[in-house]
Design a protein around this ligand. Structure first.
Ligand code: FE
Length: 170
């Protein structure tokens, strides 16, 4: 019986030593919180977007909504300056490429920088269209059509609510 107790004690002591031999991670976080990345640079929760944008801009930018034609305040704005994403502030278009297409929404024949715009195929409403999104925040901007003026022949049909205008005039 005594030998059993000695063996049991040896097992307990060796187990304790083994535990002490385990490497100790100093400063390692207990739980690491990670943001879910969706391929875009600016990632916010829907609650954050809703609070920051307000109902109209949220509907257009985050729910792929479309404002009623001829209602956007930038539809007939042609002062010199730049048009930025209303979601993240990234420059998307300039006044140099803006023209009056008569379609009811701000129209541009070229983006400020090709990298600023993402394109995706949109098959909603029984149509096949090219959706245009801000590459920085993933916000929906509008659609792209092949009926623009020269030199590109492209029409970026963009919701006014998805843009903010910064005048370049002093
Ligand atoms: Fe953006």
């Amino acid at each position: 019986m005594r030998i059993v107790w000695i063996l049991a004690l040896a097992v307990i002591v060796s187990a304790g030593c083994a535990r002490q031999m385990e490497p100790v991670q100093i400063g390692a976080p207990a739980v690491e919180k990670r943001k879910v990345m969706d391929g875009t640079k600016v990632v916010k929760s829907e609650a954050e977007w809703r609070k920051e944008l307000g109902p109209e801009k949220y509907h257009v930018l985050r729910e792929k909504g479309t404002e009623r034609p001829f209602t956007g305040e930038l539809d007939h704005a042609f002062d010199p300056g730049s048009y930025r994403c209303a979601g993240c502030g990234e420059e998307l278009f300039t006044s140099e490429a803006k023209y009056d297409s008569g379609c009811g929404w701000p129209a541009f024949f070229d983006p400020a920088d090709a990298e600023a715009i993402d394109e995706e195929t949109d098959t909603t409403y029984g149509m096949v269209r090219t959706e245009v999104l801000c590459s920085n925040c993933g916000g929906h901007l509008g659609h792209l059509f092949p009926d623009g003026p020269r030199p590109t022949g492209t029409r970026y049909c963009i919701n006014s609510a998805a843009l903010t205008f910064s005048s370049s005039e002093a």
